[in-house]
Design a protein. Sequence first.
Length: 271
Amino acid sequence: MSKPTLSICITSNRPQFWMRLYESIIPSLVMEIELIFSGPVKPDYNLPGNVVYIETKNIKPPQCVQVAINAAQGEFISLIADDCIVVGNIDNLFSEYNKICDKEGCDNIIVSPQFRYRGKDDSTPYARHMTGAPTTSLVLAFFKTQLMKDTGGIDKNFLGVYWDIDWIMRFYELGGKVFKISSVAANELAEGISGRLYKTTKHRDREILDSFWVRKINDQEIVPSDTAWCFYGNKDTVLSKYRLKKFEPFVDNDITEYSQGIKSYGTASWV
């Protein structure tokens, strides 16, 4: 009986960190693992056989994530940044996932590990200035690839950040459930992207997130406590349980126009 495959999708512009991430992953006894790096900066060294690199032009990070997701061959998927390492054994994620499947069913659940930033558990604050955030971090979260397809993927309106919050709220809107475990962690070691793209899109993307999820009547925000998912700021406003605007997925031209195709790909074998 063949092993299931886990596709780890990685937004990438720092190939100097790729092998550090790769080497932090303990070879799985129960899964095949492929790593898919997608971004504009290609490595100047040979990649291991189970690593995919998709070179893109200098496009927005959420688009690079979608490119990697589209290339994923696995039944399961995880998302991570190239400046992270994995702490613990990924097989524990699969084990915890199967235990939860026995109780909840397997079609609409996510197992979310701990996310540590600068040595601290940052799983909830990762939702970026929200208290009572709608989920733990999606970093290294373990779920069926089909769930990404069921939600339609990433909304093309986001340029840099907050796309993951929008995605997880759409997942909740479809009745999804997230379960946090602590036996595995993603640990961000390097500084996150702090360049011009992040600085210029952070507030724009937050405004987009708010316009998608904050309920309004006559341009005034209201607080529907029975449908609220999370508060932010001073708790006078709240993100809604229901999306207010139509989801806009990346279409083929958004992806293929920029993607240069897979540059390195081998059979799934750990080296």
